[in-house]
Design a protein around this ligand. Structure first.
Ligand code: AMP
Ligand code: MG
Length: 372
């Protein structure tokens, strides 16, 4: 970060600080004049000692970087520019670390190693990978496989992480489907190992890694002693504490039909909110939109929704949940959302109809044209 970006308000002396002494008797004037240096020194000492004690008012410091294939924006509330700078820098480094650990297509990441080295035999993996994969597996069971990180063989064909030129060959998708089955991922949390039972299987943590990175970035910021802030990785966000002045963070949810508009907003404290949308990565082929959230049963884009927002305590869980609900579709998705303690959200189905969870009704402020 450039040092000059954190500007401090300056203390300036206004003209009203000087008094005229011309009309006073001569002896008083002389006395005053002789004492002026002493007086000035006293005022100066007073000013500097009080300045040392009082710190500037807390402000929002903010920086943005392109990471995890998206624009990551970090805001922190602090009254110390150096502290804010350090916290934001550490948070970005941590996100970069997670990107190195979990990216699907980069050589040398753990995801790539698992595909290569865990086929047919257990491989010891980092504890944080055990935690993430464990939660993904829980949601695969809860959604009967609508969410499935063993979808790697299919997403490799689609290549959503590059500028897409065409859709994959239907036969290739059909073939790759036999490698998609979350029941064939053997995770041993106790020993910290993973085994992929089917030869050629590969994992894709694209639906969860951003959320985990947001959680970890927030932990880094808190670790610097900062009490409030917000991390937003292209729609995966988490806030903690409140803005200067005590106001909650106001979060806008993107309109899936108009990228420049928001469809609604909500005030959130200490919560993660993640949105999965059909507008994030897609290709239009022969007039049909093919987006990046796939139905693991078919290998083709899930067709029930346009956008799903899920809120819960951890961004990792909200990220998994938003993708899972998207694939489940509005009816089954809402049923699961209402069942999960501590989770709220909104589903917009393929026709544009909105479904809002009971805890969000009243809290979510919809844009006027949507309320008709
Ligand atoms: P998100 O944007 O969080 O909804 O995640 C979408 C990404 O997750 C895609 O780019 C794929 O890498 C991966 N993905 C797509 N469909 C699924 C699915 N049904 N289950 C798990 N991961 C998926
Ligand atoms: Mg997700």
């Amino acid at each position: 970060m450039q040092k000059g970006r954190f500007c401090q308000p300056q203390n300036t002396l206004s003209k009203e600080n000087f008094r005229h002494t011309h009309n006073l008797p001569v002896f008083i004037r002389n006395l005053l004049m002789s004492q002026i240096p002493v007086l000035l020194l006293g005022i100066f000492c007073l000013l500097t000692s009080s300045c040392k004690g009082s710190r500037p008012e807390p402000k929002i410091y903010q920086r943005t970087q392109f990471l995890l294939g998206t624009l990551v924006e970090i805001k922190v509330v602090s009254n110390d520019p150096a502290e804010a700078d350090r916290a934001i820098g550490n948070a970005f480094s941590r996100i970069r670390q997670i990107e190195d650990l979990m990216s699907a297509r980069r050589p040398g990441t753990w995801i790539e190693r698992i595909s290569r080295e865990a086929a047919g035999r257990p491989l010891v993996i980092p504890q944080e990978m055990v935690k993430i994969i464990g939660l993904c597996q829980k949601y695969s069971r809860l959604t009967d496989g609508a969410f499935d990180i063993s979808i790697g063989a299919i997403t490799r064909l689609w290549q959503f992480d590059r500028p897409m030129e065409t859709i994959p060959d239907a036969r290739a998708v059909e073939d790759a489907l036999r490698l998609v089955d979350f029941n064939k991922i053997r995770l041993d949390s106790q020993n910290g190992t993973i085994e992929l039972v089917l030869m050629g299987m590969s994992l894709d943590l694209g639906a969860a890694a951003k959320g985990y990175a947001v959680d970890e970035a927030v932990e880094e910021i808190k670790g610097e002693g900062i009490k409030a802030g917000l991390v937003n990785a292209g729609g995966d966000l988490k806030s903690f504490g409140r803005k200067p002045g005590g106001e909650s963070w106001n979060i806008g949810i993107q309109d899936p039909d108009h990228s420049e508009r928001i469809i609604g907003s909500i005030r959130l404290d200490d919560i993660a909110l993640v949105t999965s949308g059909d507008y994030e990565r897609y290709i239009i082929h022969e007039g049909i939109k093919y987006h990046h959230i796939l139905d693991p049963k078919t290998g083709w884009p899930a067709r029930g929704c346009k956008s799903v927002s899920a809120a819960c305590a951890e961004a990792l869980e909200a990220d998994i949940l938003s993708t899972a609900l998207f694939v489940l579709g509005p009816e089954k998705g809402m049923a699961l959302l209402e069942d999960l303690p501590g989770a709220e959200g909104m589903i917009i189905d393929a026709s544009g109809k909105m479904f809002i969870s009971s805890g969000w009704k009243g809290a979510l402020r919809l844009e006027e044209r949507r309320m008709k």
